[in-house]
Design a protein around this ligand. Sequence first.
Ligand code: C5P
Length: 422
Amino acid sequence: MKVLVGVSGGIAAYKALELVRLCVKAGYQVQVVMTEGAKQFIQPLSFQALCGHKVRDSLFDLEQEAGMGHIELARWADLIVIAPASADVLARLRAGMANDLLTTLCLATDRPIVFAPAMNRLMWANAATQDNVAALQTRGWQMIEPASGEQACGEVGAGRLAEPETIFNIIRQQADKLSVADINADKAPGLVGQHSIPTDHQAWWSDKTLLITAGPTYEDLDPVRFIGNRSSGKMGFAIAEAAAELGAKVVLISGPVNLPTPPGVTRIDVRSALQMFEAVKQYYAQVNVMIGAAAVADFRLAELASQKIKKQAEQDGLELKLVQNPDIIGWVAAQADKPYVVGFAAETQQVMAYAKAKLQRKGLDMICANQVGEGLGFDTDDNALTLITQNQEWPLAPSSKTQQAKWLLGFIQQTLETTAAN
Ligand code: C5P
């Protein structure tokens, strides 16, 4: 994801530093363009130190243009974000002017543009500014509402720049919306080594069928109690959605989760590991790829109580006898007519070592190592997978599960294409 951050004049320009930092941390490539006004408030060098690129500020500097011309720069970006957007820059953008680099870029691009206004409350409330904002919105530009509060000028009202985290979250939503063409493996930052990139995803996936397991399993103790786990199902559902978007046929076998079925996906709801196993057995032989993202319970009750287990007055504890559940993905990987099998390894420690051991033990083709805890993994929107095959490793930068799902599908395609070619 390539983000062009346009910074215009205003005391809030310093907040754009935090925004750039958040984008770089997320693995996005960032270039910064400053207006003359912005440079009155903040040094270009501060941005350069954060994003690793020289800040662009001029249309007419031959040295800057020699590096990347302004039209090339407009094409380079996947998304343009103007933060802060001053009243002056909004007026010039609305008029379609091209009298500095930032306005020229916005005129010369067909990429989405997001802008976060920041100015004095009366300037913000002025009919001229409101007209300009409305006109830009009708052109499809996305406005990030300014916040209310105390302003740098001492007045109180609406016009403060939205918080960097708020702006960043909107950039991330845009990243998730990027077309399927953007699942290319070379866009996954943090990758080890270079890879040849499959180009035509849609054509490749349109004749493939995927089987995905997702969510937890619940192992019942009695008619009202069960043993479960904290898997939300979000990762498996994100993969199902991305694969269906690519045109693949998708069968999603899901444990109890609270998620809508992605469009075009055939969903089969199950509760226990044994039910998931039965459903998988029905489908595995008809698919090209199986992805086991479910957190299947390792054990189930040896005997299910037919009535609610009652507590006795003098009872100190309760012993439950558990027996092992079948290893669903391991079973599929051992079949002669197995598909390409991808598993997950969610670990709290020694992630890589455990994941590699699991790849071998279960006989998988690929495993997605997954550090759980600290805002990643279970029951969160973000993840940072490392994809491991018998001879390669691809660490993905932390990002939304939707983005991780697209990269994962890109790598599965690449691996299968390479295998087919050899
Ligand atoms: O052994 P562990 O549960 O850590 O392995 C994780 C991987 O194996 C996941 O892909 C999970 O979906 C799959 N699995 C399975 N059946 C089990 C246990 C795990 O398919 N009984």
